[in-house]
Design a protein around this ligand. Structure first.
Ligand code: ZN
Length: 486
């Protein structure tokens, strides 16, 4: 089971994000945005609880607002579901109906706009839906629960609202496009709110059941019980054919975990090494970049080729499509797991974490785009920020314009730009041999205002942390005895 915070409004753009699968896996959100690729839950925009701060909020300033913090936290619990054959068919029917309602409403709006007629309102579309159920062409809409259909309409309205808000500048972040038609081959979802009358039963031992109107009792995997009654449940069928149920739970704010040990970390992210970290106690480390996508690229290409060779509309095409989606899911999940672990370790072991503000969107327009997306810096940052709020650590983000890779951390002299392939350089002023990444990480820490903490550990600690060749403490060469066997 995956627990994630619901950041209302931030997710709202996702309603029309029907990116092709090959883009989904590497989709990286730009700076200042918080939507993650796998958790694109379009249903979230309908939960409108003002001033609700997620447990893992990425807005630390809100955390200090005790008034809103005490109000409780909306959290999303997502679990893998295992519908039976009959339920599978019933869900297909439901997903189909939701999709048709969404597409019909979108078409109605668009044709009205093109013809210069007034745009149909929410109430008019809802009335049209009721009327459609009485017509022979859409009579099957009456066979499924009506709540998910109404939620589909609500999603469309939210999508339009986001589009207009983004257009007028009311909505921050990446520009949101106009809603697009939903497709059968993409991810499907249907949301049940409380008035649909769904029920949750968790007998324990990892099993959970959710009773859905006109679907039945669907089993899901529950690794921990829901902390409270969910306000909504969304059934999702991913492009790879897997089912999930996603609950929105309003739970009390978590108790703040005791502060981490008094250590500070400066983090520099990169492509050669995913993260280069220096600590104010004089230690440092480099976290390898596993290049998840790169390592699986051949397999992905093979799956994609097989898909493109299948006949349109065939069963084999469906199978091949699911294989492509599954391959992407694996890449995505491995990457996310790695990020979660690294972020958790950072905030648990440090009281303060200094990060560099990066323009991922800018870098993603360069030749390094694929690698930049694959590294997933924005997700890593978001996870660090979310977890820091929960573990009582402070995250300092420094400006992206800070010349961290140009300044010598030892003497502070700015040495000018360095091409990316320069991993080690010599300071022209003090002669210190600097490691590009370690030096940058020290500069990140200094720029974050953690200077005293670094200096408190002794004047030379900066030089030791930043230099390419730290005081060598390698064990003396072991001379093996002559007749050593095996
Ligand atoms: Zn220097």
């Amino acid at each position: 089971m995956i627990v994630l915070a619901v950041e209302l409004r931030q997710f709202a753009s996702e309603v029309h994000s029907h990116l092709p699968h090959h883009l989904l896996a590497v989709r990286q959100d730009r700076a200042g945005e918080r939507a993650t690729p796998i958790f694109r839950d379009e249903h979230q925009m309908c939960v409108t609880v003002p001033h609700c701060v997620s447990a893992t909020s990425d807005k630390p300033n809100l955390i200090h607002d005790t008034k809103s913090y005490r109000r409780g936290v909306l959290k999303r619990y997502r679990c893998r579901a295992y519908p039976t054959g009959e339920q599978h068919r019933a869900l297909s029917r439901l997903f189909g109906c939701c999709r048709v309602v969404f597409n019909d409403a979108l078409a109605a709006r668009e044709s009205a706009r093109r013809a210069g007629r007034p745009i149909p309102s929410k109430g008019e579309l809802s009335a049209a839906l009721t009327a459609a159920k009485a017509t022979p062409e859409r009579a099957w809409l009456a066979e499924v629960s009506s709540v998910p259909l109404q939620q589909s309409l609500a999603d469309l309205h939210r999508a339009y609202a986001n589009f207009f808000d983004s257009h007028t500048g009311k909505r921050k972040g990446r520009k949101v496009g106009a809603p697009r038609f939903k497709r059968r081959t993409h991810r499907q979802s249907a949301r049940f709110t409380r008035n649909a009358g769904f029920g949750v039963l968790e007998p324990g031992a990892g099993a959970g059941f959710v009773r859905l109107p006109k679907i039945g009792r669907v089993r899901y995997e529950s690794s921990r019980p829901l902390p409270a009654d969910p306000s909504s449940v969304t059934v999702i069928r991913e492009a790879d054919g897997r089912h999930y149920v996603s609950f929105v739970v309003d739970e009390p704010a978590p108790a703040v975990v005791p502060a981490s040990p008094a250590r500070a970390a400066g983090v520099d992210v990169g492509l050669t090494d995913l993260a280069t970290i220096v600590y104010d106690d004089g230690t440092r480390e480099k976290i390898d970049n596993p290049r998840w996508l790169r390592s699986k690229e051949r397999g992905l290409a093979r799956a994609q080729r097989a898909y493109s060779r299948t006949m349109k509309g065939s069963k084999n095409r469906d199978k091949a499509r699911r294989k492509v989606a599954a391959a992407h899911r694996k890449v995505r999940e491995t990457r996310l797991d790695h990020h979660h672990k690294l972020a958790l370790r950072l905030v648990r072991e440090n009281q303060a974490v200094a990060l560099e503000g990066l323009s991922v969107a800018g870098l993603a327009r360069t030749r390094l785009a694929k690698s930049v997306h694959d590294a997933g810096w924005s997700t890593l940052r978001r996870l660090i920020e979310e977890k820091a709020a929960r573990y009582g650590a402070v995250v300092h983000t420094i400006s992206q314009w800070e010349p961290t890779s140009q300044v010598c951390a030892g003497c502070g002299v700015r040495d000018g730009k360095k091409p990316l392939d320069v991993r080690v350089w010599v300071c022209s002023s003090c002669g210190l041999v600097l490691d590009r990444d370690y030096n940058a990480a020290v500069n990140v820490m200094l720029a974050a205002g953690l200077v005293e903490r670094v200096n408190a550990c002794g004047g030379s600690v900066r030089r030791v942390l930043a230099c390419a060749d730290p005081v060598k403490q390698e064990p003396a060469e072991q001379i093996l005895p002559d007749g050593e066997a095996a």
